[in-house]
Design a protein around this ligand. Structure first.
Ligand code: TYD
Length: 141
């Protein structure tokens, strides 16, 4: 069987929803709804119009990206293919695996981007230079 490309391992995860006239509820359990134990949570907010975030890849880190409020686009790039996804529901999580370059843009006003992460923050885990990422992703590093 053909091995999946890294970008094909990224996927939208349909999170559980408990519908209620008082307001809906969604929950996420590490190792169950996301394929990793959750070590860290961070969120982007007060995002000015036209801002772009991301612009890096990770060696080991896996993440789940959720539009908690409003919407934004995530552009994924594994060095071979790119894909732009629009996130606009708080019950969808975008799973992003290792060695995938991501950029986040097109934030709507007041949007909040929450990220569940598989590791603690470690700057050594980042590729912040796109050419260095490409060399590593294509196995030339
Ligand atoms: P960065 O990961 O580049 O943000 P984004 O991908 O959203 O554009 O991080 C921005 C800054 O915040 C950088 O100086 C590192 C710091 N930071 C932490 O200290 N801890 C964290 O968990 C994260 C995600 C970032």
């Amino acid at each position: 069987m053909r091995e999946l490309k890294r970008i094909e391992r990224c996927k939208l995860i349909d999170l559980p929803q408990i519908a209620d006239p008082r307001g809906n509820l969604t929950f996420i359990e590490g190792g169950r709804h996301v394929p990793f134990e959750i070590k860290r949570v961070y969120y982007l907010y007060d995002i000015p119009g036209g801002a772009e975030r991301g612009g890096h890849a990770h060696k080991e880190l896996q993440q789940l990206i959720i539009a908690m409020s409003g919407s934004f686009d995530v552009v994924l790039d594994d060095g071979y293919a790119t894909e732009r996804l629009h996130l606009n529901r708080s019950y969808y999580g975008l799973y992003v695996g290792t060695m995938v370059w991501r950029e986040i843009d097109n934030f709507s006003s007041g949007s909040v981007c929450m990220v569940l992460a598989s590791t603690l923050y470690d700057e050594a885990d980042y590729y912040r230079d796109y050419d260095a990422f490409l060399r590593a992703a294509k196995g030339k590093a």
